[in-house]
Design a protein around this ligand. Sequence first.
Ligand code: NAD
Ligand code: GLY
Length: 364
Amino acid sequence: MKTTTLRVGLQERSYEIILGQGLIQRTPDYLEDISFPRKIALITNTTVEKLYLAPLMDCLTNAGYQCHSIILPDGEAYKNLEILATIYDQLIAKGFDRGSGLIALGGGVVGDMAGFAAATFLRGIPFVQIPTTLLAQVDSSVGGKTGINHPLGKNLIGAFYQPKLVLIDINTLQTLDTREVRAGLAEVVKYGVIHDADFFAWLEGNSHRLLALDPDALLHAVKISCQTKANIVEVDEREGSIRALLNFGHTFGHAIENLSGYGEWRHGEAVACGMLVACRLACHFQLAQSATAHRLENLLRSLQLPTKWPDFPLARYVDAMQRDKKVRSGSLTLVLNQDIGAAVLYPIVNITETFHQVFPELEF
Ligand code: NAD
Ligand code: GLY
């Protein structure tokens, strides 16, 4: 079976990303290669449990691993301190110690929570990511951001903590809801815009294959996305510089999610609109040509992603963007693209006036 191996080079925190089809059943071989602990907690949720826990548990048990499952309720609403505490409770009750490990099996919510549990339980035990959503495969499982939400904001409590391995089985995407697939594709488009013009052009020619879950197309898209993220994280693990470019489209996207009430818009859908807003601003500041905004809009449309944002008053958008945790010292710095294939951090002095100039057609 063909697999692709990428590497995230971070000195003693380096690890491999292995991707292919049907990899879950081969998990024991990959764990053997990294001398992963023999006592493992498999953390998943009630949805993914029914689909993929048994095959993973069976192959690990057959290979002599001692496994316990920890099943979380499904949903962003449960990415909180209360549910995190139930993970610690079960680890302690089952006698997990520093010679044990965790595996996160699921989407970004499970991955972020299990990763944070691994970072903090006994001051850190090893963990592996087995992401099962497209968003988790192209973004959240790579790079070591882990954490939970606070009632006052998303991902406000967390740690940078790298996994020992990321195992991506793209066959898991076959059971994913179409809306989740499209939301993940928004993050894929992001890599093309900020870093890789050839990949963007490839996406333009292959959107129908991706929506049809063609395995070769998915493997290519996941590979390029992970490679791009790995390259960025290697240079800037803790988001002191270029890692911030991965937030392209996110400031306005977070504002949409926040104003609509979390859960109404999928994160990727909001990011799709946010990328378009950022691209129109980039055209205004002559970083990009207007043809670029048309290309981006056409690609998002062909991936069946939204290109029209909800019409809240501009003042509320500005307020929500300024509350985003990525805003420093009150000034609004956005990630803007330089045509296709590059991006910069760009400070915007008067955001309200700029929005009125750039989007005169909108009744904000
Ligand atoms: P999610 O984890 O909620 O998964 C979406 C839905 O798909 C859930 O209902 C889940 O149970 C279900 N699911 C998962 N795998 C499935 C499969 N193979 N088949 C059928 N259903 C399946 O959402 P997500 O979009 O994967 O992740 C969003 C989370 O990721 C957010 O909390 C966000 O903050 C976080 N995130 C983290 C990073 C990071 O760098 N750590 C980056 C981006 C996003
Ligand atoms: N998802 C953005 C990051 O990992 O930095």
